[in-house]
Design a protein around this ligand. Sequence first.
Ligand code: ADP
Ligand code: MG
Length: 255
Amino acid sequence: MKHILSVSKIEKYYGNKGNIAKAIDNISFKVNKGEFVGIMGPSGSGKTTLLNCISTIDTVTTGHIIINNRDITDLKPKKLEEFRRDELGFIFQDFNLLDTLTGFENIALALTIQNRNPKEIEVLIKSVAEILEISDVLTKYPYQMSGGQKQRVASARAIVTKPSLILADEPTGSLDSKSSRLLLESFEKLNKEQESTILMVTHDAFTASYAQRILVIKDGKIFNELIRGNSSRKEFFNKIIEVEGLLGGDISNDF
Ligand code: ADP
Ligand code: MG
């Protein structure tokens, strides 16, 4: 099976001599094309650092991160920028939509910077809007949308360029439970219908239960790996809760 992401023996230190903190302590894992993987762990365990290193926002101290056959730990800033634009899609907790643009224009932005032509842009946006069920908010401005609609517009913007890897940091963190459910169902749909590869950080067991596999991080290391397999989402949810118990139940206190 083809690996989209290969994280190999990475370490990340913060600080300087005499005052060094190890945020990531020798983490290795691979993600296959079309997988939906969750990352969970208590506050301070290194989840954001890990996601930032994979998303090229931060750099590792040692080790390698290979995305779609490119070692991003070797890329120069100019190449990194191109790489981010063409290969990665980002979904943040607070949506990051531009208030002065409509839903359509917000999504189109990702394509305009790739110099796609207007006709192509329209076709691509219509098709993702249908999957995410946001066709009726494309002409609206963010202030006219619900939180859930905003997050689905932001997700459309992240996936419309068909990135190799979608990175989501607490995507349901600002949503109520109904909107969370809708968003996660659309992630499942994207994952199945477009073979999107998704890596999602979350502290929430319900959100995590939509993933096919979960890496549990503790003290900068992989503490456990949970695989959903053929079990139902509910069964997987129960398994996640059990592991949370082993961690002392502190996964949910991540704010
Ligand atoms: P999580 O997202 O799981 O809560 P983080 O990745 O934010 O964890 O943090 C992991 C560890 O690295 C923590 O001990 C945190 O204090 C430390 N850390 C994170 N970012 C920095 C930074 N910019 N400078 C110094 N220490 C940091
Ligand atoms: Mg964090």
